[in-house]
Ligand binder design. Structure first.
Ligand SMILES: [Zn+2]
Length: 542
């Protein structure tokens, strides 16, 4: 009863907060300083359409529901099969997009992870119950401040920072990852801050033109029109496009703009990957965006448009017992910590990211392979992996036809399509790898760029931990997890969650490889910002 009461109090409070916030909060807009950019070439607008998938797009195109996207497709190049990051969760994907690295370098492990050295949960805003149990204060502070200013590695400069270093302005609209050179104040609506007993202001750093829902906007009117609590405090497509139109109308569109359209994610979670409603709604906003240029043809004149999905979503079983893997039960031979309290005697901590989970070993007596064996007993658990004492990665699987073990390490004698080299031994089927031994080449199947992506997650944070992913039609359920039976979910290494479209209009140039990881360097090239500095240790050159 207590937790249900807490939740209700929180929901009422949240709604109240949002409404009052929209009415009474201070205007947190950084006044638009009219500025001209020295950049002579075409500007680049990168639109991230959350959970855009080829399947849904083709379905909606058949119904004639996407005038804006089909217009752009008619004038551009549409490709499918671009590889996302891992885990396929927005905060990790956006970090890969802006830094050109995987989690071993940008250090954002997922939406929900455990900070082993400080023995605390880090949650950037998953389910309401998880937020309540972990604590609204730490969720607010981690998502509004620590994510970009502490957790995102300083060793991996973002696109905004690199462009600024080369004298180019940029804009970020409703993207969760936005770190840049310019100071900004995030204004938290009073009542939201009070409810979460958090601060009302967070000093952060972003690109010169920065917008993040109700917390920071470029156009003062955006908040009043599109950032009420029932509008997800501005984290919606209408708000994003309103801000973008304002830049166009003010003649202030900078050389690079990252525009995030979050809306489709919720629709796909609710109705499943084949459901085009969310995409049709996003297309409406894209029409509104193109209209800002007077004509759609004019919008194509001196702009390179890039439209991408961030991750796919896999269709979930309609039956809850089939769909939700009760991972605490799977590991009930161990003392698993709760979300509200980590007791000294607890042995394991579990952080669920939908179709992926991190399992941390707090008990130094415990060996990861013993925990892996326990996970293996669950036939809906697909990839189970950990780093062994020699730093090699060991992979097992709970799936019926996946016996044995795969062991791999970096810098071996087998090269993959991205020029990354590996040593491989054991059952290649566990990651659906195909090796041509004569040529020393390895290629990927159901798990795109699996070796680097899995390596990235397993080197994304400190401590002894395992990664587990769920099989098709299922996701993990632990304490307070919200599951999506009959809908869609993401998070895993599988191609269903990991392959997204890339639509490019206005250039023949192409990224080095069809991966979100390679878009940063491509965009720098498009903006003629010269070849990227080899400052950071680029993982591709192993
Ligand atoms: Zn989602």
């Amino acid at each position: 009863m207590k937790s249900r009461h807490l939740i209700c109090r929180f929901i009422i409070g949240w709604l109240l907060l949002g409404w009052m916030a929209a009415c009474s909060g201070p205007e947190s807009t950084s006044p638009l300083r009219m500025q001209s950019d020295a950049h002579a070439g075409k500007r680049v607008v990168l639109i991230v359409l959350d959970s855009l998938m080829d399947e849904t797009l083709q379905e909606a195109l058949r119904g004639g529901k996407l005038p804006a996207l089909s217009f752009l497709m008619k004038h551009g190049r549409y490709e499918t099969g671009m590889v996302s990051s891992f885990p396929t969760m927005s905060v990790t994907i956006d970090s890969t997009l802006l830094t050109g690295t995987y989690a071993d370098q940008h250090r954002i492990p997922g939406l929900f992870w455990f900070d082993v050295p400080h023995r605390r949960y880090v949650n950037y805003g998953s389910s309401l119950v998880e937020i309540m149990k972990v604590g609204p204060h730490s969720v607010l502070t981690d998502s509004l401040f620590a994510l970009n200013n502490e957790h995102l590695s300083k060793q991996t400069p973002t696109l905004h920072e690199t462009l600024a270093a080369r004298g180019m302005r940029s804009a970020s609209i409703n993207a969760l990852i936005y770190r840049g050179p310019s100071p900004h104040t995030l204004e938290v609506p009073k009542t939201v801050a009070a409810a979460a007993s958090g601060s009302e202001r967070y000093q952060t750093f972003g690109p010169p033109l920065f917008s993040l829902g109700a917390f920071a906007s470029i156009d003062p009117s955006s908040r009043r029109q599109h950032a009420h609590s029932w509008q997800k405090l501005g984290m919606n497509d209408a708000y994003s496009v309103h801000e973008f139109r304002y830049l166009v109308e003010q003649g202030q569109l900078p050389p690079f703009t990252l525009l995030y359209l979050p809306g489709n994610d919720q629709d796909i979670h609710r109705f499943g990957p084949a459901h085009p409603r969310g995409l049709a709604k996003a297309d409406k906003q894209l029409q509104n965006l193109l209209n800002a240029f007077g004509s759609w043809e004019k919008a194509l004149e001196d702009i390179i448009w890039i439209v991408i999905g961030d991750s796919g979503q896999a269709a979930m079983a309609a039956d809850r017992s089939e769909e939700a893997i009760p991972i605490r039960q799977t590991l009930d031979a161990y003392r698993v910590a709760g979300l509200e309290e980590i007791r000294p005697e607890d042995q394991l901590v579990i952080c669920v990211n939908e179709r992926m989970a991190y399992i941390y070993l707090l008990d130094p007596q415990l060996a990861p392979d013993a925990v892996a064996e326990a996970l293996r007993k669950e036939p809906r658990i697909d990839v189970i992996a950990w780093k062994d004492a020699e730093g090699k990665i060991r992979v097992l699987s709970g799936l019926a036809d996946r016996e044995g073990e795969l062991v791999y390490a970096r810098a071996g004698d087998t090269t993959d399509p991205y020029g990354q080299t590996w040593s491989l031994e054991g059952n290649l089927r566990l990651l659906d790898l195909t090796v041509d031994y004569s040529g020393g080449r390895v290629s990927y199947g159901d798990y795109p760029d699996a070796l680097a992506r899995l390596y990235g997650a397993l080197h994304s944070q400190e401590g002894s931990f395992l990664v587990a992913t769920s099989a098709e039609r299922s996701e993990f359920r632990s304490e307070g997890t919200y599951v999506h039976k009959g809908g869609g979910a993401h998070g895993s290494l599988h191609k269903l969650d990991s392959l997204v479209p890339l639509l490019t209009v206005g250039t023949e140039e192409r990224p080095a490889h069809l991966r979100i990881k390679d878009l940063r360097d491509w965009i720098l090239r498009l903006l003629d910002a010269g070849t990227p500095q080899q400052s950071r240790t680029d993982s591709a050159h192993w």
